[in-house]
Ligand binder design. Structure first.
Ligand SMILES: NC(=O)C1=CN([C@@H]2O[C@H](COP(=O)(O)OP(=O)(O)OC[C@H]3O[C@@H](n4cnc5c(N)ncnc54)[C@H](OP(=O)(O)O)[C@@H]3O)[C@@H](O)[C@H]2O)C=CC1
Ligand SMILES: O=C1O[C@H](COP(=O)(O)O)[C@@H](O)[C@H](O)[C@H]1O
Length: 510
């Protein structure tokens, strides 16, 4: 096990949802699994007026997110975990009180011997990221004399190419790029990382992973929930910014990239950037019109219950033009992928929650068996990111009996079969990596900018193009019918079920 050095973690926005829902539970898992260093403390910071004990009550003792896990534990076990947490009130803004904060950090560092190593986790509204970095620098908290200093930034990282560039420059005024860790929680998912292993630790897939054998690539990210309580944020964001620019393009980069020369963070990140830079940017209105679809969910009844349409959700403008569904077709301009279409879609209020990558292989180039549906039975590799994580290969077998009738069979592997292995949750993996200084699973500045470069023209076209349509789809179906047009030339969307082996066949979108 890699050693984690003594350190102090400062969380800005510590009174917020992410801290309680994801960060503290992730820290708890690290605590239980023995991954935390001997000397380790967490200092929560935000404007809310809380004492250390009130903060501990809120995020540990009274936490809904830890309740089940703590229920069977001894008081001593829970107290020892709670004692790791402290709280610093930042007054009424994130622009002052940094002298006090610096003093508190120095005191805790000395008392708990955290060796001057500090992580600053920014879990606040994004407009505060640069201000916080600047104020930390004013107190010399960015300087690495006696220990190291790292800055962790939550998404969203900018809202356009221009704002992402500005934010990169803004942060780099105060912190060096190797100190900056930009979170994309999809990279913390084991199955996303497994894309690298599937491709580069096996000799059976990689030789086929190119335009000679791959017919098209399909990536689906579907959520059954709507915007829940985040309507205010989501209405300014939309599916393209919220999921596609970051999480889905990260997955795309892992599918598209060339083999790195080793597993060092910079080797992998260099290849991912090259992959993102090779995505063909859509420039003309015709391509943008033909290759992109956006839509919004409309009210409907699911399992006998009425479900709000997007425009009826709290915090959403009743005339909103924000998409909750985005489907994009694109090409990759490099030697490996030339002319292979990629189809990527993401949406809320779909029939189920699922994320998967499907590599559709070409038919055998000479057809020996006279099976009319042979085309629909071409090989597929399905990489299920969530849920029921696993890998499925679909291949043709002979149906017993006379003649050569071909049917599809499955070869499947489920992560859950690896019973002894504890699969770390995304935030747990990412926090531990940052604590150990491993940036492999964090997005680099040029990576984020390359992703925005691809997305920006689509957003601009959607905002200003005169022919752009906003389709509707009833909550609980697989998006608008018009999304069929996008993929029509190659088949139909694979609308998967809950299980990896559910075989939806080639169903037409509802
Ligand atoms: N929640 C989630 O699931 C996810 C969140 N994120 C990102 O993480 C960050 C934090 O999100 P989340 O915890 O959900 O947000 P919350 O609104 O729940 O919490 C943010 C915290 O920041 C503080 N804050 C400071 N200034 C403001 C302000 N002007 N308006 C609102 N809050 C302010 C608040 O604490 P106080 O008032 O005490 O200062 C608040 O507790 C955001 O950047 C978000 O985009 C990313 C992925 C998922
Ligand atoms: O970043 C985000 O991700 C979640 C989906 O994450 P998952 O791990 O549950 O797949 C999404 O609901 C949210 O809108 C988005 O901001």
């Amino acid at each position: 096990m890699k050693k984690t050095e003594n350190q102090l973690l400062v969380i800005f926005g510590a009174s917020g949802d992410l801290t309680a829902r994801k960060l503290v539970p992730a820290l708890y898992n690290l605590y239980v699994e023995g991954h935390l260093p001997d000397n380790f403390v967490v200092l929560g910071a935000s404007r809310s007026n809380l004492t250390d004990n009130q903060f501990r009550d809120r995020i540990v003792y009274n936490s809904n997110y830890l309740k089940e896990r703590l229920a069977k534990k001894s008081k001593e076990h829970v107290d020892n975990f709670a004692k790791l947490f402290f709280y610093q009130d930042l007054g009424d803004s994130y622009d002052s009180f940094y002298g006090k904060l610096a003093k508190r950090i120095a005191d805790l560092d000395q008392k708990y011997r955290t060796d001057g190593n500090q992580i600053y986790y920014l879990s606040t509204p994004p407009q505060l990221y640069e201000t916080i970095a600047a104020r930390l620098a004013e107190q010399n908290l960015n300087l690495q004399f006696e220990g190291w200093r790292r800055l962790l930034i939550e998404k969203p990282f900018g809202t356009s190419l221009e704002t992402a560039k500005d934010l990169n420059v803004g942060l780099q005024n105060y912190f060096e790029e190797p100190q900056i860790f930009r979170i994309d929680h999809y990279l913390g998912k084991e199955t996303v990382q497994n894309l690298l292993v599937t491709r580069f630790a096996n000799s059976i897939f990689e030789p086929l992973w190119n335009r000679n054998y791959v017919h098209h690539v399909e990536i689906t990210n579907a959520e059954s929930v709507g915007v829940e309580k985040r309507g205010g944020y989501y209405d300014k964001s939309g599916a393209l910014r919220d999921m596609f620019q970051n999480h889905l393009l990260q997955i795309v980069s892992l599918v598209v990239m060339e083999p790195p020369i080793g597993d060092a963070p910079e080797e992998i990140r260099n290849e991912k950037v090259k992959a993102l830079k090779s995505l063909r940017i859509m420039k003309d209105d015709k391509t943008l019109f033909d290759h992109t679809i956006r839509a919004q969910y409309m009210s409907s009844t699911i399992d006998g219950k009425k479900v709000n349409g997007y425009r009826e959700e709290d915090g959403v403008d009743p005339d909103s033009k924000t998409e909750t569904y985005a489907a994009i077709k694109f090409f990759v301009d490099n030697w490996r992928w030339r002319d292979v279409p990629f189809y990527v879609r993401t949406a809320k209020r779909m029939p189920t929650k699922v994320t998967e990558v499907v590599i559709h292989f070409k038919k055998p180039h000479h057809q020996i068996f006279q099976d009319e549906q042979m085309g629909e039975k071409a090989n597929k590799l399905v990489i299920r990111i969530q849920p029921n994580e696993g890998i499925l290969v679909k291949f043709g077998v002979k149906v017993p009996g006379q003649g050569f009738k071909v049917e599809r069979a499955n070869l499947d592997f489920y992560y859950s079969d690896l019973v002894e292995t504890h699969v770390m949750e995304a935030y747990e993996r990412l926090l531990l990596d940052a604590m150990q200084g491993d940036a492999t699973l964090y997005a680099r500045a040029d990576e984020v900018e390359a992703a925005w470069e691809f997305v920006d023209p689509i957003l601009q076209y959607w905002n200003t193009g005169k022919d752009v349509r906003m389709y509707g789809y009833s909550a609980g179906v697989w998006g608008p019918e018009n999304a069929d047009d996008l993929i029509e030339g190659v088949g139909f969307w694979r609308n998967p079920g809950d299980n990896l082996t559910d075989d939806p066949g080639f169903c037409v979108i509802c």
